[in-house]
Design a protein around this ligand. Structure first.
Ligand code: UT7
Length: 330
């Protein structure tokens, strides 16, 4: 059986910075409320029409360059996003066209905040069996155009931002490896964090009445999300440690999905890890859903938080509910 590794990593965010103070101007909120409850200070919002594939492209090209492969060597494109350009086809089709690599198969996955780790697991399986050698995995979100940026939507609108991260997962011929992945879900909480409309039950799928009811915007039972997140995140991390015989002392960094700084602090506490060992860049980008883990990996590496050979645990929790972890030797 073959082994896989992350061979290249790239990130891209829109240039436009939207601070908490900018949000104060368009809804009844405050920098203090947002920072205290979430740790977010600013996020990036696109300023002109831009599809998820377009935002992802610079991140993808950087990942391909670092992996030292030609784009024609990509055997499969996986895109994790909850904010695709269209209901169908998926963002991976648009990305494949932009990359100009006809025939590479394309696969969109919809697992919300867990999308990147679920994608990593899928890529790992394809590499392990020998079917593919190089897989492009992208996490990308353009949340800003789908948020209710009025006071009515403030409980969710202040949390999310735009961004993209990409990795090339390749067959490993050295010590770098995706050592394990663990995937979990509990669909009984599907409506605790969701977008209701446009829906498949009604005809037509979207009506003026639905728009008036604001059913096209995200809605969240924040307390439920928080309560489950602080339990499920640590469980997923422990699953990764146990599967590999790794210890809390031995790992260099936990890179969690950037949901909320208070959740990150709770993860550190419950795992008895110093906060410096649980990476956070949520103050810069907010919650970028499927993009947050590759964006966090990118920033953490740039800040010198880990290096080749280090043990990392990636972990996610979010809508679905879905949660997951990956043990990675960089
Ligand atoms: O990937 C998963 C994504 N989601 C998460 O990670 C979120 C998890 N949940 C949380 O982190 C917290 O539940 C929140 C940060 C979302 C909310 O914190 P909370 O302490 O649970 O606040 P709350 O919803 O109970 O609201 C408290 C008050 C309410 O006012 P009243 O009823 O006490 O007068 C809200 O209307 O805060 C008000 N509020 C706001 N005020 C200013 C809600 N959103 C805002 C806002 N600005 N943006």
């Amino acid at each position: 059986m073959y082994r896989s590794k992350i061979a290249g990593l790239g990130a891209n965010v829109p240039e436009n910075v939207m601070t908490n103070f900018d949000l104060e101007k368009i809804m009844d909120t405050s920098d203090e409320w947002i920072r205290e409850r979430t740790g977010i200070q600013e996020r990036r919002f696109v300023t002109q029409p831009c599809g998820a594939a377009e935002l992802a492209l610079p991140a993808v090209l950087a990942a391909i360059q670092e992996a030292k492969i030609d784009k024609a060597d990509i055997d499969l494109i996986i895109v994790a996003t909850i904010t695709p350009e269209h209901l169908f086809p998926g963002t991976s089709s648009f990305l494949q066209a932009l990359l100009e690599i006809p025939y590479a198969p394309t696969l969109d996955i919809r697992v919300q905040c867990s999308g990147f780790i679920y994608g990593l697991s899928i890529a790992d399986q394809f590499i392990k069996t020998g079917m593919y050698e190089n897989i492009l995995l992208v996490g990308v979100e353009i949340q800003s155009v789908g948020l209710d940026l009025s006071t009515a939507g403030r409980d969710t609108a202040v949390l999310f931002g735009d961004g993209a991260g990409a990795v090339v997962v390749s067959r490993s011929d050295d010590d770098s490896v995706i050592a394990s992945t663990h995937l979990f879900a509990d669909g009984t909480h599907a409506k605790d964090l969701w977008i209701d409309a446009p829906v498949g039950y009604e005809s037509p799928r979207i009506t003026n009445e639905m728009l008036d009811q604001r059913r096209q915007y995200p809605s969240m039972n924040g307390r439920q999300v928080f309560k489950h997140a602080v339990t499920r995140f640590p469980e997923a991390v422990i699953a990764a440690l146990d599967a590999n015989g790794w210890t809390r002392e031995g790992i260099k960094l936990v890179v969690p999905h950037q949901a909320n700084m208070r959740i990150t602090e709770a993860i550190a506490k419950r795992l008895d890890l110093p906060l410096e060992k649980v990476y956070s860049n949520i103050h810069r980008y907010g919650n970028t859903t499927a993009a947050s883990i590759p964006l966090a990996l990118y920033d953490a590496r740039r800040e010198g938080k880990f290096d080749k050979g280090d043990q990392l645990v990636l972990a996610a929790f979010g809508s679905g509910f879905t949660w997951s972890s990956a043990a990675v030797v960089w």
